[in-house]
Write a protein that binds this ligand. Structure first.
Ligand SMILES: Nc1ncnc2c1ncn2[C@@H]1O[C@H](COP(=O)(O)OP(=O)(O)OP(=O)(O)O)[C@@H](O)[C@H]1O
Ligand SMILES: [Mg+2]
Length: 113
């Protein structure tokens, strides 16, 4: 089992959720985060001609735990829903998860996902 954490543009969240649900992946968490990548934020042009540096940008983190064999499909779905080709499209982290337990039934492992 793997945890897939995707930091995406907030406006892409609905598209990602819909695409994941369509493919059968309904369980997930989202959280609003402030972050930055390689560009260390962006420089905004403001009225009057000045500029203002914004070094942390609002992003949305989507987090879901999936079976090993579903991992690449989930990654592809997220990329498909989020890629514009512009900087700041986001980043996906995949890490192993050793156990999942459904509280109601006590099921463990993939059966509990
Ligand atoms: N190495 C990292 N570790 C943790 N979070 C990161 C990392 N890189 C980026 N992020 C998070 O992902 C968000 C989106 O990153 P972003 O898409 O700008 O990545 P990038 O590496 O700068 O790529 P690009 O050049 O396409 O912009 C960041 O705002 C930050 O929240
Ligand atoms: Mg960036």
């Amino acid at each position: 089992m793997n945890k897939v954490e995707a930091i995406i543009r907030p406006e892409r969240l609905t598209a990602v959720k819909d695409a994941l649900a369509e493919a059968g992946f309904t369980g997930l968490n989202t959280v609003q985060v402030m972050g930055r990548g390689r560009q260390k934020g962006i420089v905004h042009q403001v009225r009057g001609g000045g500029t203002v540096a914004v070094d942390m940008l609002p992003k949305t983190k989507v987090e879901l735990v999936v079976r090993d064999q579903d991992t690449e499909r989930v990654v592809a779905i997220i990329i498909d829903a989020c890629r514009t080709g512009e900087i700041g499209d986001g980043k996906i982290f995949v890490s192993p998860v050793s156990q999942v337990i459904r509280v109601r039934t006590g099921e463990r492992g993939e059966a509990a996902i």
